[in-house]
Design a protein around this ligand. Structure first.
Ligand SMILES: [Zn+2]
Length: 220
């Protein structure tokens, strides 16, 4: 995709500030949130994060995201998720050890680095050292476009090889999904929208016609 998200923000910003009406942006005062919201955009330049917040306040981000990602994916169950994860793993990390469990986790709170978890427990079993690996994906990813699910799965798979969020880690992420950084940014913009408005953009109602393989081959 040639049109990168940040570039779009700039274009939309110009259009919006021309007809910006402060009276119509009462949205933030009607949300009754007691605790401070997690800042999903803290890792980005302040101006870019502010731009996303402005688009959310002016109720423009939702349409931008829906235009870019019109369909929800169909990976709804833990079994379907396991198959999806294994397909990616077989393609890129075939020899990286077995996964004993893959699941959606509704108890996983989506805050910054906890969008998903990858755990590896090594224990001695008889004479052998056995390693048990699990990937858990926050349940909020059940109702998202396939590109966002792919991004988080790629992230957790990369942790099999690379523990820290360092250069080697992100290189591996980009090897599995060339658009990784853009997808993570778009995902974080969506999570910010969700947090501010409580309004999911992709629900079961969008499912007919959704394909789980729309992204496959595009990043070969
Ligand atoms: Zn991580």
């Amino acid at each position: 995709m040639i049109c990168r998200f940040p570039a779009r923000f700039i274009a939309v910003r110009a259009a919006v500030s021309a007809r910006y009406n402060p009276a119509s942006t009462a949205l933030s005062t009607t949300t009754m949130r007691q605790k401070p919201a997690p800042d999903y955009l803290s890792g980005y330049p302040a101006a870019l994060a502010a731009e996303v917040r402005r688009l959310i306040e002016q109720d423009l981000l939702a349409d931008m995201l829906l235009r870019k990602y019109p369909l929800a994916h169909a990976v709804r169950t833990d079994t379907a998720l396991y198959d999806y994860v294994m397909e990616l793993k077989d393609e890129y990390l075939r020899n990286a050890g077995q996964l004993s469990k893959v699941m959606f986790d509704s108890k996983l709170h989506v805050i910054r680095q906890a969008l998903g978890t990858h755990t590896s427990i090594s224990r001695v079993q008889g004479q052998k050292l056995k390693s048990k690996r699990e990937i858990r994906i926050a349940a909020v990813f059940r109702e998202m476009p396939i590109a966002f699910l792919r991004m988080i799965v790629v992230h957790e798979l990369a942790h099999i090889r690379e523990r820290a969020h360092d250069k080697a880690f992100y290189q591996l992420c980009r090897h599995m999904e060339a658009d990784y950084h853009q997808l993570e940014f778009d995902l974080r913009a969506y999570l910010s929208h969700l947090d501010a408005t409580g309004r999911p953009l992709w629900s079961a109602a969008v499912l007919p016609g959704a394909r789980t393989d729309e992204k496959r081959g595009a990043s070969g």
